[in-house]
Design a protein. Structure first.
Lengths: 121, 173
C-alpha cells in the first residue's frame, strides 16, 4: 500500500495561542458590551426597561344615565322659572315667576308684543 | 327528442324578450336636460302660484292675535315642545341639545333680543336664523305668535319692575 506523500495531514499539535485568543477575546467583547451598554442607552435616551405604568385617560364623553341627567336638567331649569329676586337693583329690574309674567302680559293686551327695551343706537 | 325541442324553444323565446317596460325614455329626478332653459328637470312653481291656505296663513302672519291667558298658555306648551330643547326652559340657551354639542343660541335676555320687535321673533321661527333652521313646517302661524308672546313673558320674568309686580316688594330679600 503506497503512501501518498502529498497528502495534507492534520498538524500534530494544537495552536494554543489561537484558541486562548478566541476565548479571551469573546470574554473581553462581552465585558466591553455590558460595560458600554448603559452609556449607549443613556446616549440614545432609551427609557429604562421598566414595566409599563398604568396611566389615567379621560373618561368617555358619554351620558351614562340619560334619564337621570335629563331629570336633573329639568329640575334645575324649572327652578329658574320660579321665585323673586333682584336682577339689577340700580335700574329697578326684578326676576319674577314666569307664571306671574304671563299674567302681567295677558293684562297688557296688544302692548304685550312690544319690546321691553328701546333699541340701542 | 320532444323535451329537448321544448327546452330549445323556451330558451329562444327568453332570448327574444326585451325589458321595454323598465327602460323608458324619461328624465330622472335632478338630472340635467336641455328641454327647459334653466337646464334642470326640477320645475319651479310658476310665477304667481298660491298654495292652498297661503292667503289665510299670510293674514295670520300680518296681524298678531290679541295676547290673553289662553294664547300664552298655548305658547308655553308649544315653546316647551319646539324650542326648549335648545333654548332652555328660561331662554338662557342652555338646553339639552346644546349640552350635547349643538352651537349655543343667544340668551333671550340679552339687550339685543329685549329690544327686538315681535316681528323679528316671528320671522326667526318662520325663516330660521344663522345655524337655527326654519320651523315654518313644524309651527303653524298662529302658534308662532303664541310662542312669540311666551318668549316676551320669559323676557319679562327677568326684566320686571316693582310697578309691574307690586307683590314682589314683600318677597324680595
Amino acid at each position: 500500500m503506497d503512501e501518498d506523500l502529498n497528502e495534507i495531514r492534520e498538524p500534530g499539535h494544537v495552536r494554543v495561542g489561537a484558541v486562548l485568543g478566541v476565548g479571551l477575546g469573546t470574554i473581553l467583547f462581552l465585558a466591553a458590551t455590558l460595560g458600554l451598554l448603559p452609556v449607549y442607552i443613556r446616549w440614545m435616551a432609551v427609557p429604562p426597561n421598566a414595566p409599563p405604568q398604568p396611566e389615567r385617560f379621560p373618561p368617555p364623553r358619554l351620558e351614562a344615565d340619560p334619564t337621570a341627567e335629563l331629570r336633573a336638567l329639568r329640575a334645575e331649569q324649572a327652578a329658574q322659572l320660579e321665585g323673586y329676586a333682584w336682577v339689577d337693583r340700580e335700574r329697578g329690574l326684578l326676576r319674577i315667576p314666569v307664571a306671574r309674567a304671563m299674567e302681567i302680559l295677558a293684562a297688557r293686551g296688544q302692548a304685550a308684543y312690544a319690546p321691553l327695551e328701546a333699541p340701542s343706537p | 327528442m320532444r323535451p329537448w325541442a321544448a327546452l330549445a324553444a323556451a330558451t329562444l323565446a327568453l332570448l327574444g324578450c326585451r325589458q321595454e317596460m323598465t327602460r323608458q325614455r324619461r328624465l330622472n329626478t335632478f338630472s340635467a336636460t336641455t328641454i327647459w332653459r334653466d337646464g334642470t328637470t326640477a320645475r319651479p312653481l310658476p310665477e304667481g302660484v298660491v298654495a292652498r291656505g297661503d292667503l289665510a296663513r299670510d293674514a295670520i302672519a300680518a296681524t298678531p292675535p290679541p295676547v290673553d291667558a289662553a294664547l300664552l298658555a298655548r305658547g308655553q306648551e308649544r315653546y316647551a315642545i319646539t324650542c326648549l330643547p335648545c333654548h332652555g326652559a328660561a331662554g338662557d340657551g342652555d338646553g339639552m341639545i346644546v349640552r350635547r354639542g349643538f352651537p349655543r343660541p343667544p340668551s333671550y335676555h340679552n339687550a339685543e333680543l329685549l329690544a327686538a320687535p315681535a316681528r323679528h321673533l316671528y320671522d326667526v321661527i318662520s325663516q330660521g336664523h344663522g345655524v337655527m333652521f326654519s320651523y315654518a313646517s313644524r309651527v303653524a302661524p298662529s302658534d308662532r305668535w303664541a310662542i312669540t308672546a311666551y318668549v316676551r313673558a320669559l323676557q319679562l320674568s327677568r326684566h320686571a319692575t316693582l310697578a309691574d309686580a307690586p307683590e314682589a316688594a314683600e318677597r324680595l330679600p
